[in-house]
Write a protein that binds this ligand. Structure first.
Ligand SMILES: [Fe+2]
Ligand SMILES: [Fe+2]
Length: 317
């Protein structure tokens, strides 16, 4: 059996009890501090399918990556890769902690959401593991961490509204990461790294699919999608540093990406790399707008959110 019964799926659940939907009780259920108690806050129509896909496509960071193929990368490229991975790791931690914190806060009437977030917790733990293993493979290890990035990540981790956190993480943050994985497949300096990016991209695509599916449901349930949408603009404005982080990509990371894309740190190689990264940041902006429209934002509001990103990105690029 791949699907749980839907007949009892409630539009709203009382914030009581610790059991799947549809149970009879022999007495009053205990009150619980749930925050996800409405279907339009947590559900996505593709949720059951995403859970099945996630289970089928789990992989193992120790044995599924051709680690030997990651040896012997020229130091310039190895260091540039380490700069990129150190930054990405900081965001991977956020992607790991955020779903973990919300699992016990979502009413078990929506157990499928908890199942999905649990697969995400495992996926992100694996991303952290595989990035660390790649960082230490050739002895370079972690590069200097950006404290700005750490503060941005903290802003997301302490976002207590699930819908807002999901919008920031699944739609915006992981949307950017999905594009970044595509780029890294293209510019990876070795086959071990390429395989890491191919596999991580597939995981990331599920996380974005949940976020966009959840948002679409929330916006379509609201009589006036733009009114609900406005609350996301507020979330972005109150978490501007996170907005900056995932839209602009910090300058030192862009520099490292350019080294990887061009294949060197100077001359025509670097010029070529820089051109590629400029194109990439345009792709990021286009894809962000497309995702917002796909989720059901009006062109006006989608444009406003995208504009906020580009404006904020200007501060960092
Ligand atoms: Fe991830
Ligand atoms: Fe993710």
């Amino acid at each position: 059996m791949s699907v749980l019964p839907y007949e009892t799926l409630p539009k709203e659940a009382d914030s009581v009890g610790i059991l799947f939907r549809g149970a009879d009780r022999d007495g009053p259920a205990p009150e619980m501090p749930y925050i996800g108690t409405r279907i339009d806050q947590v559900w996505a129509d593709n949720i059951a399918e995403l859970v099945e896909k996630a289970k089928r496509r789990q992989w193992n960071a120790s044995v599924d990556i051709p680690w030997a193929a990651g040896r012997g990368v020229p130091p310039v490229l190895e260091e540039a890769l380490a700069d990129v991975l150190t930054w990405m790791l900081q965001l991977e931690y956020a992607a790991w902690y955020v779903p973990a914190k919300f699992i016990p806060r979502i009413h078990p009437a929506y157990t499928e959401v908890g199942l999905f977030l649990s697969t995400q917790v495992m996926d992100e733990a694996r991303h952290v593991e595989v990035f660390l293993k790649r960082l230490y493979l050739n002895g370079v290890g972690l590069r200097t961490a950006s404290s700005t990035t750490e503060s941005s990540v903290k802003g997301l981790v302490f976002q207590d509204d699930f819908a807002r956190a999901s919008f920031l993480l699944h739609v915006l943050g992981e949307g950017t990461f999905k594009d970044l994985f595509h780029l890294l497949i293209e510019i990876a300096p070795d086959e071990a790294t390429r395989e890491i990016m191919v596999r991580s991209l597939e995981d990331e695509a599920r996380h974005v699919a949940y976020g966009v599916g959840r948002l679409r449901r929330q916006l379509s349930a609201a009589g006036d999608p733009d009114r609900v949408g406005e609350t996301f603009v507020e979330a972005l404005e109150s978490r501007l540093s996170f907005t900056y982080e995932v839209s602009g990509i910090p300058l030192h990371v862009q520099d490292a990406l350019a080294v990887l894309a061009g294949g060197g740190r100077e001359g025509p190689a670097l010029d070529r790399g820089r051109r590629r990264i400029r194109e990439f940041t345009d792709e990021l902006n286009r894809n962000r707008l497309r995702r917002l429209l796909e989720a059901g934002f009006s062109p006006k509001l989608a444009g406003q959110i995208a504009e906020l990103h580009i404006r904020s990105a200007g501060g960092l690029m």
